[in-house]
Design a protein around this ligand. Structure first.
Ligand code: DLZ
Length: 207
């Protein structure tokens, strides 16, 4: 059988996330593993895709079952705040225009373009992070099913890309390996960070 490299192949497009605002919602169940995954996602977005750390909002919920509700609720709240943020933006742009047209006492090299700063309002992408580990009852199956279906629904209902950053593991060893916490493991959070940036740019058609 032919050999192939398992896992995701990196996009050949430039994934520049400097204008993006991203929400990470994570569980507090299995927190040490979840924290490693969140760090992987965050570090990748910042160092590889230029997302500003101040544009990454991190919220937590008890367990994976709560992720879809939290994601939807936080997306909607941010969108509502975004509408008022747009009005603020128009007001400050009008002020700036006034300054530029009336002030003839400005020095030629006075800064007219501000550097990139924290964005307000709507999220461009969301990453739901959790770790489900199978126990001895059917609980695992029900939560896996509800969580995965719920997370997909949030993305389709809100039209904001939502990344499925939930490990569904049969034992602790699998979870540690997929969070890059053992010898030859790989931190899947890194892939989720790149996926969030890629999907946000795809939605805004900047790809
Ligand atoms: C109840 C439960 C169990 C058994 N296992 C996990 C798990 O492995 N990972 C996780 O994130 N959450 C688990 N939960 C909690 C549920 O997701 C949820 O928080 C509770 O059922 C309350 O709704």
């Amino acid at each position: 059988m032919a050999h192939f490299e398992k896992g995701v192949t990196a996009s050949d497009k430039e994934l520049n996330g400097e204008d993006l605002r991203v929400l990470i919602v994570h569980t507090r169940w299995n927190l040490p593993i979840v924290e490693a995954l969140v760090k992987g996602a965050k570090d990748t977005m910042v160092s590889k895709h230029k997302v500003l750390p101040e544009n990454i909002v991190i919220e937590s919920v008890p367990g994976a079952y709560e992720l879809p509700f939290a994601a939807k609720s936080l997306i909607q709240t941010a969108q509502a705040q975004g509408s008022s943020a747009s009005s603020d933006l128009i007001a400050s742009a009008t002020d700036l225009l006034g300054d530029l047209t009336t002030a003839d006492d400005k020095t030629p090299d006075s800064p007219k373009v501000k550097s990139k700063s924290a964005k307000k309002g709507a999220f461009d992408a969301v990453i739901c992070v959790g770790v489900l580990i199978k126990g001895s009852t059917m609980h695992f199956e029900y939560i896996c099913d509800a969580t995965s279906q719920g997370i997909m629904r949030v993305g389709l209902d809100t039209n904001v890309p939502v990344v499925f950053g939930v490990l569904t593991c049969l034992d602790d060893k699998q979870a540690l390996n997929r969070a890059g916490m053992d010898e030859n493991g790989h931190n899947h959070g890194e892939d989720w960070g790149s996926a969030a940036v890629e999907m946000a740019l795809l939605k805004s058609r900047s790809l």
